[in-house]
Design a protein around this ligand. Structure first.
Ligand code: GDP
Ligand code: IMO
Ligand code: MG
Length: 429
């Protein structure tokens, strides 16, 4: 199967980085198609931890061409920081390619992100403060700055001036801040131009040519289904399409080319930032799961909110992404619980609801209806075959499979690259 999309099925941090890396050896190209450095994808290789934000996880695999697609928003300062940090650790980043149509996060959009969040007060989203929302908003408003603009200083200057015309009014008159100097921003962006130039390509052409040649391409999502701008818990979402459709628009490939869509899910649930989360655990229970799972954000260091597996979310993710496979991560974290709840439906104001409510207020009111699965105590971190898992762990996975209506193809039993049980090859190999 040459074209495989990897998406998150929950609220992010499901282990997409590890899933992408797991496939690394079997693929030729890894394309990141949405988001920016709001993402934090962790890969652990031989005990060494790599935290990637803007770079596709494929950059860690030998022989893979990592590509930043047109759907991504790029903070150039972060891009080069990440490249330098990897080079210092002996990784080769010379294969990285960037779409000429990808948008840039100019420094003023970081300022806009943080300032608008403050003004939202109680209604704040809890963004990562990286300028993601304002940069996608500029893209939609047709006042964004693209990678290709870096190579035409006079056009770049005009575009920066155009973008700042409105924003400076807002900054000065509404937010009581100083105006941003377009010349300063232009010069800062231009200072990266010659370093970026050799990486810039027509990424859509590159990816389609690779598929024509029978190469394997993996499309790596940032964020996740429930953070998707269209299908997530709006307005508590990110500003891009993190679902499978985003891979087509964000990389420039047609839907007919896609062979498999792999959903990555934790064996429980986490969420960072604000917004509804029906199976959330509070107090000691929430703290315990957070400690066991090491649930602290890779990007902002914020403690993640924790809760049980939500099969309503799982079924929904399966539907809106057209999932063909599931990768269930962090099963090892559940070892030692006497029983493990799975949310199979919601109680919305006294009515049982089996599918994702259509109305946001209903989702805010949703209370989980749990089914309880028996737990296990054996250490599973060294297990590599499904049959060698404790019977209750097998049952837990089979139940997830049954109620999510998608086969579970890979099970994560530890953070390391090797800590996985493979039931079905994700690339169909
Ligand atoms: P991503 O954003 O979806 O790539 O996920 P993150 O990297 O933000 O968060 C996932 C965390 O879980 C990272 O710290 C991974 O190293 C870790 N991880 C991934 N899979 C497993 C697993 O199967 N078991 C354990 N214990 N940790 C895992
Ligand atoms: P990965 O790829 C978890 C959340 C933020 C906030 C909301 C909007 O590592 O799974 P933004 O800065 O995007 O405007 O913030 O989305 N968020 C994530 N949560 N994992 C991520 O990425 C996230 N990227 C954004 O916490 O609630
Ligand atoms: Mg993450």
């Amino acid at each position: 199967m040459p074209a495989v999309i990897v998406v998150g099925t929950q609220w992010g941090d499901e282990g997409k980085g590890k899933a992408t890396d797991h496939l690394g050896a079997a693929v030729d190209l890894v394309v990141k198609f949405n988001g920016g450095n709001n993402a934090g994808h962790t890969v652990v290789i031989d005990g060494e931890k790599y935290a990637l934000h803007l770079l596709p996880a494929g950059i860690l695999s030998e022989g893979v061409t990592p590509i930043i697609g047109n759907g991504v928003v790029i903070d150039l300062e972060v891009l080069f920081q990440e490249i330098e940090a990897l080079e210092e650790r002996g990784m080769d980043t010379s294969r990285l390619r960037i779409s000429s149509n990808a948008h840039i996060i100019p420094s003023y959009n970081r300022l806009m992100d943080r300032t608008t969040e403050k003004f939202l007060g109680k209604r704040q989203i809890g963004t990562t403060g990286r300028g993601i929302g304002p940069s996608y908003a500029d893209k939609m408003n047709r006042i964004g700055i693209r990678v290709q603009d870096l190579f035409d200083p006079s056009i770049l200057r005009q575009k920066v001036e155009g973008a700042l015309a409105n924003k400076n009014h807002l900054l000065v008159k509404v937010f009581n801040k100083r105006a941003v100097d377009p010349e300063e921003v232009t010069n800062e962006l231009l200072s990266y131009a010659e370093r970026v130039r050799p990486m810039v390509v027509d990424a859509s052409l590159l990816v389609n040519d690779a598929l024509d040649e029978g190469k394997t391409v993996l499309f790596e999502a940032g964020q996740a289904t429930m953070l998707d701008i269209d299908h997530g818990t709006y307005p508590f979402v990110t500003s891009s399409n993190a679902t499978a459709g985003g891979a087509c628009t964000g990389a420039g490939v047609g839907p007919t080319r896609i062979d498999a869509v792999v959903g990555v899910t934790k064996a429980y649930t986490t969420r960072v930032g604000e917004g509804p989360f029906p199976t959330e655990l509070f107090g000691e229970e929430g703290d315990e799961l957070r400690e066991r799972g090491g649930e602290f954000g890779v990007t902002t260091g914020r403690p993640r909110r924790t809760g049980w597996f939500d099969a309503v979310v799982g079924r929904y993710a399966s539907r809106v992404n057209g999932l063909t496979d599931l990768v269930v991560t962090k099963l090892d974290v559940l070892t030692g619980y006497e029983q493990i709840p799975i949310c199979v439906a919601y109680d919305v104001d006294g009515v049982r609801v089996d599918e994702m409510p259509m109305n946001q207020s209903d989702f805010h009111h949703a209370k989980p209806i749990y089914e309880y699965m028996p737990g296990w105590t054996e250490d599973i971190t060294k297990v590599r075959k499904f049959e060698d898992l404790p019977v209750n762990a097998q049952r837990y996975i089979e139940r997830i499979e049954e109620i999510s209506k998608v086969r579970v193809s890979v099970i994560g039993v530890g953070a390391g690259r090797e800590a996985a049980i493979v039931r079905h090859q994700l690339t169909g190999a």
